[in-house]
Design a protein around this ligand. Structure first.
Ligand SMILES: [Zn+2]
Length: 610
């Protein structure tokens, strides 16, 4: 299940239709999962009934190869059904979160998932009791076990970092305490902090929040942007010492666990859980640093186009092209997407048509529908997309982005057995942003003689690259630094964090932007700093996608073939090997260099248009 970052627009809730009034052809068809709620109930009960027998299998793995096979297959069969139950309840709940019966259904499914986790918690520790020699003899005795070899190997890879049973139990029991930094931050940030009101473009007083802040920062009215920026940071400034303490707790949690598990660093511990070598992270940071001059150039151009004497941090998100976004209705967007994706070959396009024609998408916003956009689904369902449609360019991009995720799910589940039919986040964002990059190429070509549209599209691309590659790497660099500093014994005080963050920000954006004192506090409000080395994947994903899209659009059919092989691979191999099959070696810096070359070309083109 993959999510694109949510976009909470200040919607006028009153005007939205109720769920029951949305035309059926604009809703997703969940009867393809279960004809009725009764069938959901049947599967639910059947999963529930297998839980005691799953628990009973505990202690059997070391007995025989046949026992390992039975346990593995019993567990996977239940997991597969559980996923279907879970997805159905989740999608039903998301389409109208005010509906009591589906709230209850979703809560039930979540509880069942937790029970399943508890009933199978013994599996990995018990598997780890089997040594290499035993596993070799198991594979010989029961060749069918080889179908699950990669699954087992992923657990065995952690072997040297697993501690004695007693220590593992203590660590697991203290997990709530370990995550208290993150929890306290969440409560403060989502509930207790209260923000003042700000005057918007139309002179209305609006209540500031994280979501509203993002929208106000894109305002073309500078006073609105400045006010939002200053007022937001006034609030965080009052709590900066508390927020430094919650972040410190979180960093110490990662460093402590990495240390007791004998990893070299918290970074290595986090990345090894997803089979990514640290080199991938290091390459990203060093390559982005080598190309910061491109971001400096873009920021300087921004200053020139906006015509301001001083460019402030609150001037970085407003579109450079005045006027409204080009209008794209949902029907037009589907046509554009199909046309742009022709380069993927007829088979891919046919699957996209299936998505468009068979109600795999929940299109319009209705009252109490979950905000944002995502692609979801599981092995035994088709992929589903949730949207909150608006007729603009951004939504066209969202449609093609989520379609990228959905096609990835489709190809993986149709070409892999259940155990390898899913994929990790590291490779997921590549499929979605490859589609985005293909769309950019397509639109730039289509509007090559239309300077106004070209400006709009290039601006959209450059801002996207800034936000995805540069900004997420800035976050990644900050994350790495604070973990290293804590490991060295440096106290992470608010003052220390402010100073470093402001310096880092200046390094990224360059001399054209004023180093506003408020920006030093940005670290205090970013929830991603609690995710444990997660955001770098947005940057690596977008950069890899730039290369892949360029290969597909400008290269021969062989590139499409390789790309489809990546989609078909699911999780049957490590993320790095899967991407190698697609033609990108993410342990090397070349793919990043190519992404920067494309960014530079488009920056040149954009510059010429002014
Ligand atoms: Zn995505």
């Amino acid at each position: 299940m993959t999510n694109k970052k949510g976009c909470n627009e200040m919607s006028e809730t009153q005007k939205l239709p109720l769920r029951k009034d949305v035309p059926a052809d604009l809703t997703w068809d969940l009867t393809t999962i279960y004809q009725s709620d009764d069938q959901f109930e049947k599967d639910f009960v059947s999963v529930e009934k297998t839980l005691p027998s799953l628990k009973k299998l505990s202690g059997t793995l070391t007995q025989s190869a046949a026992a390992l096979l039975t346990a593995t297959e019993t567990m996977l069969t239940a997991a597969r059904k559980l996923e279907k139950v879970y997805v159905y309840a989740q999608l039903k709940n998301d389409q109208d979160t005010s509906e009591d019966s589906y709230q209850a259904m979703y809560a039930k499914a979540q509880a069942l998932a937790a029970q399943f986790g508890a009933a199978t918690a013994w599996f990995d520790p018990e598997l780890l009791k089997l040594n290499d020699k035993q596993m070799t003899s198991y594979y010989e005795a029961q060749p069918k076990l080889r179908d699950y070899k990669r699954l087992y190997d992923q657990t065995f890879a952690k072997r040297t970092h697993i501690l004695s049973n007693e220590v593992e139990e203590v660590l697991a029991g203290a997990d709530d305490i370990f995550s208290s930094g993150e929890k306290t931050f969440g409560v403060l940030d989502n509930t207790d902090l209260s923000f003042p009101t700000v005057t918007d473009e139309n002179g209305h007083q609006v209540q500031l929040s994280q979501g509203v802040y993002g929208i106000l920062l894109e305002s073309t009215n500078r006073d609105v942007r400045r006010q939002a920026f200053q007022k937001l940071y006034e609030v965080y400034s009052q709590f900066q010492h508390t927020l430094a303490a919650t972040l410190t707790t979180n960093v110490k949690n990662h460093n402590f666990k990495a240390n007791v598990r004998q990893y070299h660093s918290a970074l290595e511990a986090a990345l090894s859980s997803t089979e990514i070598p640290v080199k991938v992270y290091d390459n990203l940071i060093s390559e982005v640093n080598k190309h910061l001059d491109l971001l400096h150039r873009y920021v300087a151009l921004r200053k020139r186009i906006l015509g301001v004497d001083e460019l402030h941090m609150y001037d970085l998100y407003t579109p450079l092209i005045g006027g409204k976004s080009p209008k794209y209705t949902f029907d037009e967007s589907k046509k554009v997407a199909l046309d742009a994706l022709q380069v993927m070959g007829p088979q891919y396009v046919n699957h996209v048509k299936e998505e468009f024609n068979n109600r795999w998408i929940d299109v319009v916003e209705n009252r109490y529908k979950r905000s944002g956009g995502y692609s979801s689904g599981t092995y035994d369902t088709n992929p589903f997309i949730l949207l909150n449609w608006k007729d603009n360019l951004d939504n066209l991009y969202t449609l093609i982005h989520e379609t990228g995720h959905s096609m990835h799910s489709y190809y993986a589940s149709h070409n892999q057995p259940y155990q390898y039919g899913d994929y990790s986040i590291f490779v997921a964002e590549i499929a979605s942003t490859t589609n985005e990059n293909i769309l950019t190429d397509y639109l730039l070509d289509k509007f090559k003689d239309d300077d106004k549209m070209k400006r709009y599209i290039l601006n959209y691309y450059l801002d996207g690259f800034k936000g995805t590659v540069f900004r997420q790497t800035q976050f990644a660099e900050f994350e790495q630094y604070i973990h290293e500093q804590d490991a060295k014994g440096q106290p992470l005080t608010a003052n220390f964090l402010d100073n470093y963050y402001r310096q880092l920000n200046q390094k990224y954006y360059g001399e054209s932007v004023i180093s506003d004192k408020e920006i030093g506090l940005e670290w205090s409000r970013i929830p991603h700093f609690y995710y444990n080395f997660y955001v770098y994947q947005y940057a690596t994903g977008f950069a890899a996608a730039s290369t892949l899209a360029d290969n597909i659009v400008n290269g021969d059919a062989e590139h499409v073939e390789k790309y489809l092989n990546y989609l078909k691979s699911g999780s049957s191999d490590t993320p790095i090997n899967v991407m190698k099959k697609a033609g990108v070696d993410m342990t090397q810096p070349e793919y990043l260099e190519k992404a920067f070359r494309i960014f530079e070309e488009r920056l040149d083109e954009f510059e010429k248009l002014f």
